[in-house]
Design a protein. Structure first.
Length: 52
């Protein structure tokens, strides 16, 4: 990971500390990714409604 640029989401989700915290909280990477996909779709829909 290049420390001169912010880490990507993929890099963050591969970090052992993030993995440990997510495991402690009962969240796996797939569940988290599904949640992000839902948020992305909802934001896109909201933006489309505002543009109309």
């Amino acid at each position: 990971m290049d420390r001169r640029t912010p880490p990507t989401l993929s890099e963050l989700l591969e970090d052992p500390m993030v993995i440990a915290i997510m495991a402690r909280d009962g969240i796996d990477r797939e569940t988290f990714q599904q949640m992000l996909d839902r948020v992305r779709r909802n934001l896109r829909t909201q933006q489309e409604r505002l543009a109309a």
